[in-house]
Design a protein around this ligand. Structure first.
Ligand code: SF4
Ligand code: SF4
Length: 165
């Protein structure tokens, strides 16, 4: 299947936006899994380091400069397409942190375990919520940090709503 049919990026789509393992080894980094040409660009203004750019065509897809990005995560809640993630493979030897946008209720709390989902919505196991950050008074998008095994850092991109334990 292709992105246009089911909304799920292919391996080829992901390869175009995935940082190198060398970059992952340097610390947290943003990944814009934004593949559809739509008139949208708040991510560009959201980044305080100017790490996200786009051509003059607002329908273009964004590019992250992995050298400028420090993985702060500010851009995650500013993307209306919920397409930006931050992955930190330097979190520990066994675990990576995956930070992703979340707009549902209930919102999990730090320390709870949530069922992690891959891009297809498949359940991948239960993982600890390391941090929950509100988007602010005018932004209902939270940023969740989930502690996942290193081998799932490029797979898990969401959690199942509710049933946290
Ligand atoms: S994580 Fe921070 S530095 Fe990186 S692109 Fe997003 S806002 Fe910019
Ligand atoms: S804000 Fe999100 S959906 Fe819009 S262009 Fe940027 S990454 Fe894509």
């Amino acid at each position: 299947m292709a992105l246009i049919n089911d909304g799920i990026p292919t391996k080829e789509d992901l390869a175009k936006v995935m940082p190198s393992e060398e970059r992952f080894a340097q610390g947290p980094v943003s990944i814009a899994e934004c593949f559809q040409k739509i008139p949208c660009n708040p991510c560009v203004k959201a980044c305080p380091r100017g790490a996200i750019s786009m051509s003059t065509d607002i329908n273009d897809t964004p590019t992250v400069d992995y050298d400028k990005c420090n993985g702060c995560g500010v851009c995650i809640a500013k993307c209306p397409g919920l397409a930006i993630f931050v992955v930190d493979k330097t979190y520990s030897e066994d675990f990576a942190l995956v930070k992703f946008p979340f707009e549902y209720v209930p919102v999990p709390e730090k320390g709870q375990f949530a069922c992690g989902l891959n891009r297809s919505g498949e359940e991948m196991g239960w993982f600890e919520v390391e941090r929950v950050v509100s988007g602010g008074k005018k932004n209902k998008t939270y940023t969740i940090s989930l502690k996942v095994p290193q081998e799932l850092a490029n797979e898990i991109r969401n959690i199942k709503v509710g049933g946290y334990k």
